[in-house]
Design a protein around this ligand. Structure first.
Ligand code: ADP
Ligand code: ZN
Ligand code: ZN
Length: 681
């Protein structure tokens, strides 16, 4: 007799099909089994969700369709994996099927049972590759942290200075785990793809290349499927990946590491807007795994969780090898001649490094040559026709490119508005910085007599396949004397020869309307500072230079002392007084429409529909406002902030509010979405 099975498929959150769909099956199917099912005229991949329903009776709905096939060669996804997905969908207000299917590798969704069976028949790796032991002894601080981790409990916040040896703690924690249980698995999350090669190499060196699998969006579909299966079948001991990897299926997950846990990239910015860090904490509790959040500059959320005793802080303030953190030098730009790019003292310091064979890193958080191109005769500027933003001038291919919608055009020969040929770049990005620096350091010679070499690394320079690894290798080998880059190069890298780091234009973030801007800036500067002096031989002479118009700002005072704890205490005090996260909890309702009035009108109607509920649950509903970049790709964007002192109250409110939102269907509205715990408001 056919069984009734409930199946989730990738349907959008707002569709009527968002809840599990019913099908019938001749054979009983375990929850978590991958299936292919018909939906309308299509056939989709789905996951059997609930326990088998009662055997089908004659009074069941007559229109149930049978599943097409079960991919029973793949072991079912575990109950805890399904629970993780259910939690993520519920908490972030999306469909279960949408979250579940997005978490699976694309090829798994597209393969049929025979193709998959062929894949699975390929022998698993039996050799794991050569391994190299780590340093013979751990530092006292590492030893203390490892002892605390071994004693159990957590979540742990590994608050370790840059270069204090956090990665070694991750490696040893994993090693201890594998010694106790050879089948155990560890999940290691990193914020950005560009940090995976280095960490992957360190894990592969320690545990063998065959034991480590990477999962990130830079991989091809077959690579992702292979890695996913290695994790799912328990062959990979370590899965290392970006935020998407938090959903990897790991049957014997015992340890989760979230490296650079403060990094905003852990928050997904479209679809299900989940925080991989927060889900990792949830997942660890669910699976009874140890969780280790690591950072030299923890998020205010995690810092406060330690203050409240919810997380346990493990401190590693000292750098390995007794190297000191670089001295911070502020350059007061008010005292420099007009139009100074590099103060003479900073330039001299860079030249000195070149002559000694040491490296410098100069960073600027803006790629391209110049953020705007402007006409000197009229008021034309390189605005994007589709966004409320300027297009950026990229000199390398002489284009104007919109960084929001991608709209790209060749640079016009003359001003499109008045015909003046004298149009000029305003401001500077990394391309221009690279050009200027190359000219300025041209007279300097390296110890080997060769001229100094400047290399730029940013999203543009590393776009090509293998470019990132190639450029990182050039830096590590010492070929490069001055590295220019965006924040991409300031995070996580273990550069050994850098003894000078310079931030040339960090001021804009000091006066941003985003209450998280100071936290981000401080963490960016302290992380960047951490790239210098990582080699004990040169540590004493290492420096961080900051060119600023506001040298008196308290943020810089804390930076000079490398005083994260002091900075955090001050930030948290301000946030508490102002009633901001982590003392309150927020959600955004975002709306997109062709016209701003329509988007805001929807939000106003949503607020009106919420009035009673909001009062009942004690939710503050703010007025609708345009988003900071109001128009992107001809779509007007608006948002409305909701705030509560209680996370559960906010959740309950959102659940009760959603059905009311579905019933509002204003003309011209393109889409709306809820963003829980938004990072940019
Ligand atoms: P972090 O992740 O805290 O920035 P790393 O783990 O990258 O620091 O460590 C910094 C450097 O110190 C690395 O080159 C690492 O190999 C080295 N290191 C870490 N622990 C030890 C140790 N116990 N003995 C010797 N060297 C170590
Ligand atoms: Zn003009
Ligand atoms: Zn645009």
């Amino acid at each position: 007799m056919p069984q009734l099975v409930s199946v989730v498929v990738a349907t959008p959150a707002h569709s009527a099909l968002a809840s599990p769909l019913s099908y019938e099956s001749e054979l009983p199917l375990a929850p978590g089994t991958l299936v292919r099912v018909p939906l309308g005229k299509r056939e989709l991949c789905g996951v059997v969700w609930d326990a088998p329903q009662q055997t089908r009776h004659d009074n069941s709905p007559a229109n149930l369709r049978p599943i097409t096939t079960a991919l029973d060669g793949v072991p079912p996804l575990s109950a805890s994996w399904r629970q993780l997905v259910t939690f993520a969908a519920t908490y972030y207000k999306r469909g279960i099927g949408e979250v579940a299917l997005a978490a699976l590798p694309p090829q798994l969704r597209d393969l049929d049972a025979t193709q998959l069976a062929r894949r699975l028949k390929r022998p698993a790796q039996a050799h794991e590759g050569a391994t190299t032991p780590g340093p013979a002894v751990v530092t006292a601080e590492q030893g203390a942290a490892l002892a605390a981790i071994a004693a159990g409990g957590g979540p742990f916040l590994l608050f370790g200075a840059t270069g204090s040896g956090k990665t070694e703690v991750y490696l040893r924690a994993a090693q201890a785990l594998f010694e106790a249980d050879p089948q155990a698995q560890a999940l290691v999350l990193v914020p950005e793809i560009n940090l995976t090669p280095q960490l992957l190499a360190r894990f592969a060196e320690r545990f063998g290349a065959g034991a480590v699998a990477a999962l990130h969006s830079g991989m091809t579909h077959p690579q992702r499927l292979r890695a996913w299966l290695a994790a799912h079948l328990g062959q990979a001991r370590v899965v290392l990946g970006t935020r998407m990897a938090v959903f990897a299926s790991l049957p014997k997950l015992r340890l989760i590491v979230v490296d650079e846990e403060h990094d905003p990239s852990y928050k997904q910015q479209e679809g299900a807007r989940y925080s991989a860090r927060d889900l990792a904490v949830y997942r660890a509790r669910l699976e009874g795994a140890t969780i280790l959040l690591g950072s030299a500059t923890p998020s205010m959320e995690s810092w406060q969780a330690c203050e409240k005793g919810r997380y346990r802080r493990l401190d590693m303030p000292a750098r390995v090898g007794a190297g000191a953190l670089p001295a911070v030098r502020l350059v007061d730009m008010n005292l420099q001649p007009k139009r100074t790019l590099f103060s003479p003292a900073l330039l001299a310091a860079i030249m000195k490094r070149i002559a000694r064979g040491e490296q410098s890193l100069v960073f600027l958080n803006r790629r391209g040559y110049a953020p705007v191109l402007a006409c000197g005769a009229c008021d034309w500027k390189s605005e994007c026709a589709h966004c409320s933003a300027f297009r950026v001038f990229h000199k390398a291919d002489r284009t104007l490119r919109c960084h929001h919608c991608g709209y790209t055009e060749p640079v016009p020969r003359a001003c499109p508005s008045c015909g003046n040929v004298d149009i000029a770049p305003v401001g500077r990005g990394t391309e221009r910085l690279e050009e200027q620096l190359a000219a300025l350091v041209a007279p300097a010679l390296r110890p080997d007599g060769r001229p100094a070499r400047v290399l730029r690394m940013d999203a543009d320079s590393t776009r090509g396949q293998g470019e990132l690894e190639r450029q990182l290798a050039e830096v590590h080998s010492g070929e490069v004397d001055v590295l220019v880059g965006t924040q991409m190069v300031t995070k996580g890298h273990d550069f050994r020869r850098i003894t000078l780091v310079a931030a040339v234009n960090p001021d804009t973030a000091l006066f941003s309307s985003d209450f998280r801007a100071p936290e981000r800036l401080f963490s960016l500067l302290l992380q960047a500072c951490g790239r210098a002096g990582r080699d004990a031989v040169h540590a004493a002479a290492s420096e961080m230079w900051v060119q600023t118009w506001h040298p008196q700002h308290p943020l810089f005072a804390a930076l000079r002392r490398h005083d994260f704890a002091g900075f955090a205490a001050q930030q948290l005090k301000e946030r508490q007084q102002a009633g901001m996260p982590p003392f309150t909890f927020q959600a955004l309702l975002r709306a997109d429409a062709r016209e701003q009035e329509v988007a805001q009108g929807f939000l106003a109607a949503a607020a009106a529909a919420a009035a009673e509920l909001a009062g009942h649950y004690g939710i503050t509903v703010y007025a609708p406002v345009p988003q900071s970049v109001q128009r992107v790709a001809d779509v007007e964007r608006a948002q409305m902030l909701l705030e509560s002192e209680s996370r559960p109250a906010l959740q309950t409110f959102l659940d009760a509010w959603q059905p009311l939102l579905h019933s509002l269907r204003p003309r011209g509205l393109i889409r709306w979405a809820v963003d829980v715990d938004p990072l940019a408001i």
